[in-house]
Design a binder for this molecule. Structure first.
Ligand SMILES: C[S@@+](CC[C@H](N)C(=O)[O-])C[C@H]1O[C@@H](n2cnc3c(N)ncnc32)[C@H](O)[C@@H]1O
Length: 412
């Protein structure tokens, strides 16, 4: 066989579903390559006396057929494609020669020059497969692949879909505030939007990165005349979507955690507008976490309950069973509770939760302004007032508050 010349490889996408791929060797190289071959639906035979635990597990699961022996001439008889990656140079050379003779494209892990095919560095995101070949520099291939995939994921590489892109609304959970805590899908949709309607909470820094043609609307400033604010937001979403725009409704945390996401989704669906919902990292878990508080901890709390404190416990509109919550010993995470924390704490104590239960209040979690104050159930109202704690804040009640806390006791 001729040694490879310097001509660049001809890129192609192999459609391997149901087609035989023979892998000679069951070591690390095979282990790394098999998942992509499986994803492509290939009919895989691994020929190797030994295999790594992962390759063995794939064989045990019936995902690949493992011939537990050394390579034999004729192994490539049914193959469309071969990967030669054993630790035996003679077997590699013989398998490679058989591939050449049978005109089976063959990748070699031990000798790229002798191979008839090269494996590109590949990545996949949102229906795009990125494959990079740089000849003899696999690290550079991987770096280019990473840059492209990351760029597509986080929206810094904007490549709008032309065929599939449909006007509609994406309800995107933006996470608690740190711009790094939005999902990659959310960030990409944001980068592809024509109109963004954003809440006060959430990753507002991301709005500054949007290109100038994107119309950014502050949901709090939508004039609502005699309609409710939520109806006015729904009307704005509908109006822009009906104008054929790609609209992102950027919400704090997760759209379905006290976010009225379903109300918006229903209003849009009623108008026949396509809605995509992108989950977000909810402040109820991430804000305590950012302040060093795990909402569960082995041996301390086996449950956590997320409760809205936007109406007081004695308010007739309250749907919360405060008496039941007071009897539970797990973690209580209260959102929208700063204004009513005194009444809530009193109700919990009256219902049986010990007055000395540790409490932490975390304001503007995950942002540069994050701060945490510690108290107990009996002192929290006073501490919140003295410290001037303001919304948005998450209140955490329970023994998890002191887990991992080395500095300073609670103010009781
Ligand atoms: C209307 S709820 C929306 C919750 C949101 N959908 C979520 O999943 O995080 C607003 C409340 O979430 C909490 N919150 C949201 N972001 C926060 C943050 N960065 N720091 C502290 N609390 C936050 C506060 O309790 C705030 O009053």
């Amino acid at each position: 066989m001729d040694r490879m010349d310097d001509a660049p490889a001809y890129p192609v996408g192999l459609r391997l579903r149901g087609r035989r791929v023979v892998v000679i060797g069951g070591g690390q190289v095979a282990q790394r390559r098999l998942p992509a071959l499986l994803t492509a639906g290939a009919d895989i035979v691994v020929v190797s006396p030994q295999a790594t635990a992962s390759v063995e597990a794939m064989a045990a699961a019936g995902e690949v057929r493992w011939e537990r022996r050394a390579y034999r001439p004729g192994d490539l008889a049914e193959a469309w494609y071969a990967l030669v990656a054993s630790t035996d140079p003679a077997a590699n050379a013989a398998a490679s020669a058989e591939a050449e003779e049978r005109r089976v494209w063959c990748v070699r892990s031990d000798d790229a020059d002798a191979a008839t095919a090269w494996t590109p560095a590949t990545g996949r995101t949102e229906g795009v497969t990125v494959a990079v070949l740089t000849g003899r520099d696999p690290r550079r291939s991987a770096a280019v692949r990473d840059a492209v995939v990351e760029g597509l994921r986080d929206g810094s590489l904007v490549a709008p879909r032309h065929r599939e892109r449909t006007a509609g609304v994406a309800l995107v959970g933006g996470g608690p505030g740190d711009p790094d805590l939005i999902t990659v899908r959310g960030r990409r949709l944001l980068a592809e939007a024509d109109v963004v309607i954003a809440d006060r909470l959430g990753p507002r820094d991301l709005l500054d990165e949007l290109p100038p043609h994107v119309e950014v609307i502050d949901a709090a400033k939508i004039p609502y005349g005699r309609a409710m604010a939520q109806e006015a937001i729904n009307a704005a979403l509908i109006e822009h979507a009906k104008a054929g725009k790609a609209v992102v409704r950027l919400k704090g945390g997760d759209p379905y955690v006290f976010g009225r996401g379903m109300e918006e989704a229903e209003a849009l669906a009623a108008e026949g507008i396509a809605v995509t919902v992108v989950p977000g990292i909810s402040s109820s878990i991430s804000v305590p976490g950012a302040a060093g508080i795990p909402v569960t901890h082995r041996g301390v709390a086996h449950e956590f309950t997320v409760v809205s404190g936007h109406v007081a416990p004695d308010d007739a509109r309250s749907l919360v069973d405060w008496a039941a919550l007071a009897r539970m010993r797990g973690t209580l995470v209260l959102l929208m509770a700063v204004e009513r924390i005194g009444a809530i704490a009193d109700t919990l104590i009256a219902g049986g939760r010990p007055a000395g239960t540790p409490v932490a209040v975390v304001q503007e979690g995950t942002t540069a302004a994050q701060r945490r104050v510690d108290a107990t159930l009996s002192s929290v109202a006073r501490v919140v007032a003295e410290e001037g704690v303001r919304p948005p804040a998450v209140v955490v009640v329970g023994d998890v508050v002191t887990v991992g806390r080395t500095a300073g006791p609670s103010r009781g």
